[in-house]
Write a protein that binds this ligand. Structure first.
Ligand SMILES: [Mg+2]
Length: 419
């Protein structure tokens, strides 16, 4: 099979965009953060000169300043980064209509049979890398392979400004020695379980007996085994597709019965955090939300509503889920399980009618907050940051709804059902 799937990842995206917009910052140690005036605020992204001095994402500003006194702090401007994200997509569309965004600064491209650059995938990604530099003033790392998972590994393999090819001839030698935690969807919990089985590298996982993996990890064991071997669904959504998936949902059977509104709020908040994060990663918003409720006698119902505006903001999703819940449940019995699903998905950058009854500034703040939380969790794991109110119920707060439950778009794992 030919290597015709690319994964493009912009390097230090927020910091690079700031340098592209403000050339006087070029080559300097800069860091993007929420509020430069708050010494206890946190670094979101740092430029390479800052990284070389030891500045890292999630570090407190005072700590970063101690390591690198000349560090220039820049306030994050999510709208600007979203604009650049659209510019990157415009570049991709010159070469292919199969573009699947993954967050603001990453995307998979399907290059099979694309006429551009004589149909030669390596020349197409070279042209994309050049266009990033020439037109946007930022660099990217690109992985080119025969599967989405391997392409993503390729874009991580060498940074910045690099192209890595994993093909049929070299993947055993280059991919197999990588740590298993590098693999997409292998989070900390899964890594721990795999390590317990003596599996440390992607090669260990690829050559492990799938039945053994299934016993330890359930269906997810078979999925990661396929990923390790470079098999995935390969589908990359096309321009004009409404969205790559139809809905994103997650549910949780709680460690104790829920008995009051605050319990339910905490669980809805954790579930909406995972659903919101997944929507944001896909570059989508949902127009509707559905909750499902199961009580201690295992009787079950679901209710849905259309939202006033499409959203992927955690707080708005949680408010909508809780409002539906209060409207339809009145605590006749304790509850065993709750679920949330966002449906009727649209692209995040699809224009929407502004509404006077919705505070756009507040929305912007919430978007910035979600973006910062996503960034931190992507790099440092779920527990690096949590909402204080969730800890009013510590026994519930420990749920990492995203990774313990593996929230996935329904469309994607629907294709794995046959396993
Ligand atoms: Mg990046």
């Amino acid at each position: 099979m030919e290597t015709c799937i690319a994964h493009v990842d912009a390097n230090c995206f927020y910091a690079s965009v700031e340098m592209a917009e403000h050339p006087e910052l070029l080559g300097k140690a800069i860091a993007v953060c929420g509020d430069p005036a708050n010494r206890h605020g946190i670094i979101l992204t740092a430029s390479y000169p800052a990284k070389r001095k030891g500045v890292k994402t999630a570090m407190a500003i005072w700590e970063a300043k101690a390591l690198c006194p000349e560090l220039i702090l820049v306030r994050a401007d999510l709208r600007l980064y979203m604009r650049y994200s659209r510019y990157t997509r415009d570049i991709f569309y010159r070469y292919t209509d199969r573009v699947e965004p993954f967050g603001l600064d990453e995307a998979w491209l399907g290059l099979r049979g694309c006429p551009a650059c004589g149909g030669e995938p390596l020349r197409i990604v070279q042209a994309i890398s050049d266009a990033f530099k020439r037109e946007l003033g930022i660099t990217c790392s690109i992985g080119l392979s025969f599967s989405k998972v391997y392409a993503k590994l390729g874009s991580d393999y060498k940074k910045p400004d690099a192209i890595t090819v994993f093909d049929r001839a070299n993947y055993r030698e280059r991919v197999f020695p990588l740590p298993v935690s590098d693999l997409l969807y292998v989070g900390r919990a899964t890594t721990r379980k795999l390590n317990e089985m003596g599996i440390y590298t992607i090669g260990d996982l690829a050559t492990c007996d799938p039945a053994r993996l299934q016993r330890k990890l359930g269906k997810m064991g078979l999925v990661v085994h396929r990923f390790a071997n470079g098999y995935d669904d390969e589908h990359i959504c096309q321009v004009g597709d409404r969205a790559p998936v139809k809905s994103v949902g997650n549910s949780w059977t709680t460690p104790r019965d829920l008995t009051e509104d605050t319990d339910a709020w905490v669980v809805f908040m954790l579930l909406c955090e995972s659903v919101g994060a997944r929507l944001r990663e896909l570059g989508c918003k949902c127009r509707g939300i559905e909750i499902s409720v199961r009580d201690a006698s295992l009787s079950w119902f679901s209710r849905q509503t259309v939202l006033p505006m499409p959203t992927n903001i955690t707080e708005e999703l949680t408010a909508a889920a809780c409002a539906l819940f209060r409207c339809h449940y009145h605590w006749s019995k304790g509850l065993r399980s709750l679920g949330v699903r966002g449906f009727d998905l649209v692209w995040s950058d699809e224009p929407v009618q502004l509404r006077l009854d919705i505070d756009a500034n507040r929305q912007e703040e919430l978007m910035r907050l979600d973006g910062a939380i996503d960034d931190l969790r992507r790099r440092y794991g779920f527990s690096i940051v949590q909402r204080a109110k969730v800890w009013t119920r510590p026994e519930l707060a420990r749920l990492d709804a995203r990774h313990d439950n593996v929230v996935h778009p329904h469309g994607y794992f629907g294709q794995m059902e046959g396993l």
